[in-house]
Ligand binder design. Structure first.
Ligand SMILES: C[S@@+](CC[C@H](N)C(=O)[O-])C[C@H]1O[C@@H](n2cnc3c(N)ncnc32)[C@H](O)[C@@H]1O
Length: 284
């Protein structure tokens, strides 16, 4: 619970600066919508999890202005900001709730979430809740970040901790994010079929390590249980980061992006693992 409150607080504090700094999250959302394609355009009811300041919510309504959208987030200040952004759009209902316990009752055609699932503390509970919320035949589509995210930061911290003779390097939250294989397994355990996972590593350039850290802070993507670094460690790892990874006056920060698509099967009908090739899409 303490970690979840930390996650909520981090994002709520950065509600005002999030949109200016969330370029990767916008890319993740655009790609998510492209991959969800027809499912987003056709859906009559959509549940969006972790709506934050409402970037994806707005894009969803542009893609499908007929759908009824329920947009949910842990934090009331973020939901308030998203609602203001959408100018009281009557097609969106706003909910402040925890996606790990909030249960729809099998009414949604699409459950979608952008850049939020890496922060779930009980992903298996959240996937079960998504499954319950979907109609038979409904789809789940989400993007998340994987454990190779900020690998340069993790490696520089480790090297600096070694150099300074510290017992252990501080862990960054990304090192505990779930990887593509774990999502694949959890989706199947939750009952989903037709699970498709895509992964991409994307290096973003920053003018300095400090600028990168400020950017992270501005999006709220920081440690939910903050443990400030000593000035020795901060100096040490920024220096190591620059010398190990810097190039032509900039430093890279890698984001490991995962997109997942899955389906709740129509009850009473089991999909074949193979052999569906000749069956028209509308029957599946
Ligand atoms: C990086 S932000 C993404 C916001 C938005 N989807 C976007 O693309 O800009 C992650 C969001 O997930 C929300 N979140 C994290 N854990 C959650 C949970 N268990 N239930 C609901 N929302 C959650 C946070 O409050 C935050 O607004």
């Amino acid at each position: 619970m303490e970690i979840k409150q930390g996650i909520r607080r981090n994002f709520a504090r950065r509600a005002a600066s999030y949109d200016r700094h969330a370029a990767v999250q916008r890319f993740m959302a655009q790609e998510l919508l492209r991959r969800a394609g027809g499912a987003a355009a056709r859906a009559a009811r959509i549940l969006e999890i972790g709506c934050g300041t409402g970037y994806l919510t707005e894009q969803l309504r542009r893609a499908n202005d007929q759908a009824l959208v329920v947009a949910l987030d842990l934090d009331p200040a973020l939901v308030q900001r998203a609602r203001a952004r959408m100018a009281q759009d009557p097609g969106v209902a706003w909910v402040v709730a925890d996606a790990e316990t909030w249960g729809g009752r099998g009414v949604f055609d699409l459950v979608i979430a952008n850049a939020s699932f890496q922060w779930l503390t009980r992903p298996e509970a959240a996937l079960r809740a998504c499954f319950r919320s979907l109609k038979p035949g409904g789809r789940l589509a989400f993007s998340s970040l994987g454990p190779r995210t900020f690998q340069e930061l993790g490696a520089s911290l480790k090297a600096a901790a070694n150099y300074l003779g510290l017992a252990a390097a501080p862990l960054i939250p990304a090192q505990n994010f779930l990887d593509a294989e774990a999502w694949q397994r959890l989706l199947r355990q939750a009952g989903f079929v037709q699970v498709d996972i895509f992964r991409e590593e994307r290096a973003v350039k920053f003018p300095s390590v400090i600028q990168f850290l400020k950017d992270l802070q501005a999006t709220g993507a920081t440690n939910p249980r903050p443990r400030p670094f000593s000035s020795r460690l901060l100096r040490g790892f920024t220096e190591i980061y620059r010398s190990m990874h810097g190039n032509n006056g900039s430093i890279p920060a890698t984001y490991e992006i995962i997109w997942a698509m899955a389906r709740k099967e129509v009850s009473g009908f089991r999909y074949q693992v193979s052999g569906n090739e000749n069956v028209p899409e509308k029957y599946l």
